[in-house]
Design a binder for this molecule. Structure first.
Ligand code: ADP
Ligand code: MG
Length: 483
């Protein structure tokens, strides 16, 4: 047993998601990403005297959506507070946030762990706030540059309980959060671009200890993978300290992606006193049950609900269902496809096989895929009715459908002349011809080399130019050989 096995880790995550609203949290400034620096900065963003903020309704709606999706209690009376601190990219000198009255409490996110079991991650809170501007230290060799376009853009902060026990769990949680916010269309979930950010709080304790150890907060990870690396590094670093009889400093640390280490940024002991007080310029926002119900009625089916539907109602494997629900567009397409066909397994196979390959080869998203789900269902029906073989559908019909998207699959099949003949007489002739071609092989077959069956069937299929039904050919050849 290694020393590391004596300990267990305790981890809580704080995520900021940048909302896809058109305008900022408390002003009409445009909130787009990538605009010319300092062009979307009004006097309200700058907090000039005499200006008044007002709350963005879309941001409220987005928060309510996330609250519903995470089964949170949604607060009726929402107050805002000022969090005061001095920093170059914070022009007002304070951030308007929700301190004591977060809009959501008591929610949870269910995640699927690697071993297949499910785990519930409880959320402490979700609250609304605004972002600061962006300081850039690596563009000019001498000066730090500041872009205030981001100042005032809306964020939701999602804080979890310390429910994670290892970095893998944190990883699947983040994947789930990303999936969720994308389904809800409230955030693009792009950690590399900073629209989803995550800080990890990590502590370790002896397995039989009663109290949590001292926690360390790690910042500045720009991918899920790096959150995982930072947590793993921290757990080991903290255990090593305890084993060497040293104290763990309660501090904020930064992640170094180059070597996967963390280093101290600032100590929590002399942490900022933010002097929170109620924002005097904003009225509380009241959220009624009626409003919540309206928002709910416009929400899409959520990934976990779809997963249940696909496995329980459609009998798909968990693997297939996970694949299909990974991206909202794919799931919605499939959801429509199965209104036209009851062959769910075939529908899933076509989605994950030919359709996905086509999307990948052409580097397009399912939203740009112009084939009607009905056409895919028709194609499946042609196979199920025995009109075309699976091979002809994959190799000939599907590619042709991609070229002439408005033509019905049946018409394409006729045009390509791949409709299987159900004429047993014609097929029997081909079988006879195939057998006549290799008389000596018939004897070998009869002497026990039964895998010669494939040779004859192959010959029939070749002569049938793709129109012979392989199942029927197989059966007729077998019968002929065993006569
Ligand atoms: P702070 O006041 O330092 O910000 P909070 O109580 O707000 O601390 O918790 C912040 C985050 O830290 C939450 O995600 C919480 O789950 C997590 N956390 C709290 N205690 C611990 C601990 N002992 N170990 C790891 N994470 C913790
Ligand atoms: Mg905190």
């Amino acid at each position: 047993m290694s020393v590391y096995d004596k300990y267990k880790a305790v981890i809580g995550l704080e995520c900021h998601i940048q909302l896809l609203t058109k305008t900022k949290m408390y002003s009409n400034d445009i909130a787009e990403y990538g605009a010319m620096p300092n062009t979307n900065v009004s006097v309200i963003t700058l907090g000039h005297p005499g200006t008044l903020p007002k709350v963005n309704k879309s941001a409220i709606e987005f928060a309510v959506k996330l609250g519903i999706a995470t089964n949170s209690d949604i607060r009726e009376e929402n107050q805002f507070a000022r969090k005061n601190y001095f920093y170059a990219d914070l022009p007002k000198g304070y951030q308007i946030t929700q301190d004591k009255t977060p809009i959501c409490t008591g929610g949870y996110v269910d995640v699927k762990l690697k071993d297949g079991t499910e785990k519930r991650i409880n959320l402490t809170r979700i609250h609304m706030e605004e972002d600061a501007g962006k300081s850039m230290h690596d563009i000019d060799p001498f000066e730090s540059l500041i872009d205030l376009n981001r100042a005032g853009t809306p964020l939701l902060e999602i804080v979890t309980e310390p429910d994670f026990t290892c970095s893998d769990e944190a990883y699947v949680y983040l994947t789930e959060v990303k999936k969720l916010v994308r389904y809800l269309d409230i955030c693009d979930g792009n950690m590399e671009e900073g629209s989803l950010r995550c800080d990890a709080n990590v502590s370790v304790m002896l397995k039989d200890a009663k109290e949590y150890g001292k926690k360390v907060e790690v910042k500045n990870m720009n991918s899920f993978r790096n959150v995982q690396r930072a947590i793993d590094f921290e757990i080991k670093r903290q255990i090593d300290l305890l084993e060497a009889d040293e104290d763990i400093a309660g501090e904020t640390r930064s992640f170094n992606a180059t070597d996967g280490s963390t280093f101290a940024l600032r100590s929590k002991e002399n942490a900022n006193d933010y002097r929170y007080f109620p924002e005097p310029d904003l009225q509380p926002v009241f959220i009624t049950q009626e409003y919540i119900d309206t928002v709910k009625s416009h929400m899409p089916e959520l990934p976990n609900d779809l997963l249940k539907k696909f496995t329980k109602e459609f009998g798909l494997s968990e693997y297939d269902a996970l694949n299909l629900t990974d991206l909202k567009g794919l799931a919605l397409y499939f959801n429509e496809l199965v209104t036209y066909t009851k062959n769910y397994k075939a529908a899933a196979n076509w989605m994950m096989g030919s359709v996905k390959s086509y999307l990948n080869e052409n580097a397009i998203a399912i939203e740009q895929f112009n084939v009607n789900p009905k056409a895919i269902a028709d194609l499946i029906a042609l196979i199920d009715e025995g009109k075309i073989s699976n091979a002809a559908a994959t190799q000939k019909l599907f590619p042709e459908l991609m070229l002439s998207m408005d033509e019905a699959p049946l018409s394409i099949a006729q045009r390509l002349d791949i409709i299987q003949s159900n004429d047993t007489g014609a097929l029997q002739e081909l079988v006879d011809l195939a057998l006549a071609k290799y008389p000596e092989k018939i004897t070998e077959y009869k002497n026990g080399k039964i895998n010669l069956l494939g040779l004859f069937v192959g010959e029939v299929m070749k002569m049938g130019k793709g129109k012979a039904d392989p199942k029927m050919a197989n059966q007729l050849v077998k019968e002929a050989l065993e006569k």
